[in-house]
Ligand binder design. Structure first.
Ligand code: NAD
Ligand code: MG
Length: 399
């Protein structure tokens, strides 16, 4: 077993910190080479100290200075690299074997793509990268012999429920014998809230997820269920599965992380505590099973597992995501970019919770009236992403 040297992109985030927790449990097989952060630079310094990182990547010179001030005086500092280009270079660095892509949003796409193009083992948490550039990303994985391991708990569960042979390459067709993928969703904090109260919910209420502790953006996405929509698109690319064979089922306890339904009538499910260290450990250890720090799930104390159909009237964002996937890549880019802008405005208390869906729908409708954009390269994707953000900001202003 060759030890892995890990680059954690987005180290100060919820996934980043959980990744460092798992890495620290396995010094014989895992070490940290590089960490990145966009804000909370003092926290980055602490994490880099604890993990003995050799490199850190920060966004600009002021962050570089903050890092230097936070570093213990007289102790050898990691090399500090600055800027978005340095992020891509570090993801592709020859010293790195494994990249945890845990930046939030399409901002993480170029670095995740750089890791794929450098043929790394890529642990993908950054679902927005696949939503915006699924076909380009999967092509890069295949062409450069990268190993892609899904970290999003649903996709990690599906990965575990699929046959474990022939997993070296990213699939180009659905796995033989599989009928459908069943993505579970908790329904978030507003699953049973009266519909007429949804327009008045606050960012803190939206971020109070019943089962998971996550960053604020994904927490709002879970409350609108746009997160599940992004995950449908993510599953489409990861498992080469047509949209009509991906089904969403509400499961409020979040103990079944997702399922694979086979032609013979079997459904295989993966269960466990709602703790991201399990999927992270699956990715870091694969094909071995390694300790994650997560306690066992007591089925008897859980008592029951509930399932129900999602209500697309309550969760219009989920409907919009299905529509975007059916419409094509440009619509998926617009869906994601519009959502990122709308969620930021909601978190800033500039628009209401229910207006997130209006902003996304407005952007998708506007895009549908235009000529189909040419999307052959990463630059094309990023250009449409930027263009949609401008439109989405206008929609936010008039809400
Ligand atoms: P978070 O907000 O807690 O952390 C985000 C990280 O990205 C931070 O380190 C931040 O500094 C960095 N970052 C933010 N903006 C950046 C930018 N413009 N450029 C470079 N770095 C930037 O987010 P999170 O909850 O850890 O989620 C990270 C990703 O993982 C998201 O794509 C999310 O959808 C996905 N994910 C998270 C969870 C979870 O449990 N938190 C579960 C499944 C998938
Ligand atoms: Mg998920």
């Amino acid at each position: 077993m060759t030890p892995q040297r890990v680059c954690v992109l987005g180290a100060t985030g919820s996934i980043g910190e959980n990744t460092l927790d798992v890495i620290a449990r396995h010094p014989e097989r895992l070490s940290v080479y590089a960490l990145s952060a966009f804000s909370r630079i003092e926290r980055l310094a602490q994490l880099a100290w604890d993990a003995r990182a050799e490199v850190v990547v920060v966004p600009d010179d002021s962050a570089r200075q903050r890092f230097a001030q936070a570093w213990p005086p007289g102790r050898k500092s990691p090399e500090v690299r600055v800027g978005a280009h340095a992020l891509e270079q570090t993801a592709a660095d020859a010293n790195v074997t494994t990249v945890m892509a845990a930046i939030v949003g399409a901002a993480g796409l170029p670095a995740a793509m750089a890791a794929a193009r450098a043929g790394k083992r890529v642990l993908l948490a950054n679902k927005e990268a696949l939503v915006a550039a699924g076909s380009l990303f999967m092509a890069a994985v295949r062409e450069h012999g990268a190993q892609l391991l899904p970290i999003d708990s649903e996709h990690n569960a599906i990965f575990q429920c699929l046959p474990q042979t022939g997993r070296e390459q990213a699939p180009v067709a659905p796995e033989k014998g599989v009928r459908r993928l069943l993505l579970t969703a908790s329904g978030g904090p507003f699953r049973t809230t009266a519909l007429d109260q949804l327009s008045a919910v606050t960012p803190d209420q939206a971020c109070a997820h019943p089962n998971w502790r996550m960053g604020r953006k994904i927490s709002v996405d879970s409350a609108t269920m746009l997160n599940k929509g992004l995950e449908v698109i993510e599953a489409h690319w990861l498992f080469a599965m047509p949209v009509e064979r991906i089904h969403v089922v509400i499961h409020p306890q979040s103990m079944v992380h997702s399922m694979v339904e086979y032609e013979d009538g079997s459904i295989l499910a993966q269960l466990g505590q709602p703790d991201m260290r399990t999927p992270i450990a699956v990715g870091l250890g694969f094909p071995d099973r390694i300790e994650s720090g997560v306690g066992l799930l007591s089925l008897a104390s859980l008592g029951r597992l509930d399932f129900e159909e999602p209500d697309l009237h309550r969760f219009p964002c989920l409907r919009l995501a299905f529509e975007a996937l059916a419409a094509g890549q440009a619509a998926c880019i617009a869906l994601n970019a519009a959502n990122e802008v709308a969620v930021a405005h909601f978190l800033g208390e500039e628009i209401r919770f229910t207006q997130i869906a209006h902003v996304i729908e407005g952007c998708l409708n506007k895009l549908a009236r235009q000529a189909t954009p040419h999307l052959a390269s990463l630059d094309d994707v990023l250009a449409l992403d930027a263009q949609t953000r401008l439109v989405a900001r206008e929609f936010c202003l008039v809400q």
